[in-house]
Design a protein around this ligand. Structure first.
Ligand SMILES: Cc1cc2nc3c(=O)[nH]c(=O)nc-3n(C[C@H](O)[C@H](O)[C@H](O)COP(=O)(O)OP(=O)(O)OC[C@H]3O[C@@H](n4cnc5c(N)ncnc54)[C@H](O)[C@@H]3O)c2cc1C
Ligand code: SF4
Length: 259
């Protein structure tokens, strides 16, 4: 488990986390910059607001601010959704959230009338509530995160800049291996939808495949784009997504090695 106030740098540097869930260490170590990671907390990372530039600029109104429309739809949206859900076209900004979703993590909370929330329920359904970053009630705080080890887990971010920026697309994978053969897989995509996007079609296609069978792995990961509805400016993410997922699968198969 990790305390909510632990910094991203501490998670990334933890030998215990790196050995037991390398995907978490890599996701935290890849976020932002060393300076930001030294102060940003796990809770703050999960609950951070959208990076949408229209949301961040006061002079623009939009549905996420409680107003009308979405200026990103006709405007600059190259870092927005490949799989839009609801009227806000943002992508979930947290590197950590997809990893915790894959691990079926439990979010520990205090200050309200419950002690925990399943990670899958931390964020509201963006087709019903497109304004809130989480379901936490006023006064409720995130105190920690619990999850099981996943030594064969991998994270890969495809970025425009190698530091100081969020990924254009990120891939996450947890494998159950029998030698070289994938007994079962769970994969997830980040930075493509308003919430982390699980990829059951990829998981099904990876089952029974050898990690040495490059053609079969590539074919399975191509299923990551099923259901994509790109905006004119996010079509490129359709090309990047299968690459990110394939590299995450290879990282999970070979933790600590080159993806
Ligand atoms: C240039 C730049 C690049 C970045 N790139 C990435 C990236 O690639 N990937 C990535 O994942 N992130 C990225 N980030 C975000 C960064 O990693 C931090 O996670 C983010 O800035 C939040 O920082 P913080 O911990 O100080 O949270 P804060 O800003 O303090 O908090 C964020 C929100 O969470 C709430 N909150 C904080 N703690 C709690 C708690 N315990 N309980 C309830 N609510 C709480 C706060 O009230 C606030 O609403 C980037 C940030 C910058 C500035
Ligand atoms: S993507 Fe969301 S946050 Fe950005 S302008 Fe559109 S509605 Fe607002």
């Amino acid at each position: 488990s990790i305390g909510g106030r632990v910094t991203l740098a501490a998670v990334s540097d933890s030998r215990a986390i790196r050995d037991s869930v390398p995907m978490i260490a890599e996701a935290c170590g890849s976020a932002a910059t060393p300076q930001v990671r030294n102060v940003a907390s796990v809770a703050g990372n999960l609950l951070q607001e959208t990076r949408c530039w229209y949301w961040r600029m006061e002079r623009f109104d939009c549905v996420r601010k409680g107003g009308e429309g979405c200026p990103a739809r006709e405007g600059e949206h190259r870092f927005h959704a490949l799989f839009p859900e609801g009227p806000c076209l943002m992508v979930h900004p947290s590197n950590l959230a997809p990893a915790l979703l894959l691990l079926d993590a439990t979010i520990e909370v205090a200050g309200g009338d419950r002690e925990s929330i399943p990670m899958a329920d931390l964020q509201p359904d963006p087709t019903k509530d497109w304004r809130s970053t989480s379901v936490l009630a006023p006064g409720e705080v995130l105190t920690g995160i619990r999850f099981d080890p996943a030594p064969n887990s991998g994270f890969v971010a495809l970025k425009q800049k190698q530091s100081f920026d969020w990924p254009m697309v990120s891939g996450y994978a947890v494998l159950d291996l029998d030698g070289d053969v994938i007994r079962s897989a769970r994969t997830c995509a980040g930075a493509v939808a308003p919430r982390p996007r699980l990829l059951p079609a990829v998981d099904a296609a990876l089952a029974g495949v050898s990690i040495t069978d490059d053609a079969a792995i590539r074919k399975a990961c191509d299923a990551a784009t099923e259901g994509a509805a790109p905006l004119p400016g996010t079509t490129y993410k359709k090309t990047l997504l299968p690459v990110a997922i394939r590299r995450a699968v290879m990282a999970a198969a070979n933790p600590g090695g080159d993806a």
